[in-house]
Design a protein around this ligand. Structure first.
Ligand code: DAH
Length: 383
């Protein structure tokens, strides 16, 4: 795997904090910076998006920030973009807390306000983001996002004879439709109304790709409160955010999100810095090498009476034990005993390595460790 950079000192300092729910497995991902590797699919896609903005608005009209540290204050991650006080995304079940006040950013939107305050106007942010989540082929607790913001001055807004909010909305849609066509070629597009606390109105852009509607990004007209907090009283802005893995999986035909983290040369050799072609048309697609067999292990248990058991907390344990060897964690059965009222769950854990065959012995050891930790940390009774 990749070298561990600069994260161990953090682990030692912070591991004692009662609010820290960041496992060592997650900490070790800090500093890997897949988005800063021009030969990696995440870096290739980031550069393809930057190239579109250079082409449309002129070289360097948008500043790129791709080295902002992922540990941010919970104020930056949530409050600065107007996420409500009681929003679920703030919970320790969804977000990695380093201390009570510091989190691993769960989106690149965390940087909007501070960059505006620093005087930035048109900018892109690319970075690693962190979310506690379920486990399957498209979800990994660390992934990468790209954010874009464009601010319009009073003068720019006054030049047009349509109302400012409408003007910004139109320019936003035009810019992002162009981006989708740049990335995916001549595809059908549609706009869907959405909700984000930091924009109003808010939209999602979808493309019809290989027979399915696929969400490409979220965006909208920036809430005036955010601009005012950056002392921009007469300006308006748009913003968007997108997930780089999801788009890279579709564009390059990559079947499992864990592959982004492999250093197996059968993967890495298939990518090179300038391989992106507009519309992915004659771009070489990733050719899967043969998969190794999966191994399924079921675990059944009774939930404790005062249960704060969650699927995310189970997934965190499985991740910290098995790392990249786990492919999926799935609830396959749930029932309540009518007499005792107790609830039983059965989860199926799929183990599979992307790079080699796993031995029975090694999987049994992983599974035993998962079962032990479920009892110790989640208080379940195994059946
Ligand atoms: N932060 C959002 C997310 O992680 C994505 C997003 C949506 C960013 C709309 C934006 C925006 O800047 O305007 O899901």
């Amino acid at each position: 795997m990749f070298p561990i950079i600069a994260s161990h000192f953090l682990i030692e300092v912070l591991i004692d904090d009662e609010h820290n729910n960041v496992t060592e497995y997650i900490f070790e991902k800090i500093g890997v910076d897949l988005h800063r590797r021009p030969e990696h699919p995440i870096g290739i896609l980031k550069n393809a998006i930057l190239a579109y903005f250079d082409e449309k608005f002129g070289e360097s009209s948008f500043s790129m920030f791709d080295d902002l540290h992922p540990v941010v204050t919970s104020y930056e991650n949530f409050d600065s973009v107007l996420v409500p006080e009681n929003h679920v995304s703030r919970s320790m079940n969804d977000t990695y807390y380093v201390t009570k006040e510091k989190v691993l950013r769960c989106h690149t939107s965390a940087h909007q306000l501070s960059l505006l305050k620093q005087g930035q106007r048109n900018f892109l942010v690319a970075g690693d983001v962190y979310r506690r989540d379920s486990i399957d082929a498209t979800h990994f607790p660390v992934f990468h996002q790209m954010e874009g913001v464009r601010v319009f001055t009073k003068e720019e807004l006054e030049k047009s004879d349509i109302p400012p909010a409408e003007f910004v909305s139109r320019e936003l849609k035009d810019t992002l439709e162009g981006l989708a066509l740049h990335l995916f070629g001549d595809v059908e597009l549609r706009w869907v109304d959405a909700y984000f606390p930091f924009t109003e109105p808010s939209y999602e852009l979808e493309i019809f790709f290989k027979g399915e509607w696929l969400e490409v990004l979220g965006c909208g007209v920036m809430q005036q409160t955010i601009l005012r907090n950056a002392s921009l009283n007469d300006e308006q802005a748009w913003a968007f955010g997108l997930g780089l893995e999801r788009l890279a999986m579709v564009l390059f035909n990559i079947p499992d999100i864990r592959l982004f983290w492999t250093d197996d040369s059968r993967f890495t050799k298939q990518f090179e810095p300038d391989m992106f072609r507009s519309g992915g048309k004659d771009m070489r697609k990733f050719k899967s090498y043969s998969k190794y067999p999966p191994c399924f292990k079921d675990v059944s248990f009774w939930l404790p009476d005062d249960s704060n058991f969650t699927e995310n907390s189970l997934c965190e344990i499985v991740r910290s034990v098995a790392g990249g060897l786990v492919e999926e964690v799935k609830l396959i059965d749930e029932f309540r005993n009518p007499k005792t009222g107790k609830v039983s769950n059965c989860f199926r854990i799929t183990y599979r390595s992307m790079d080699r065959s796993l031995t029975d012995e090694e999987i049994n050891e992983l599974q035993a460790s998962v079962r032990g930790q479920m009892v110790d940390k989640l208080g379940v009774s195994l059946r």
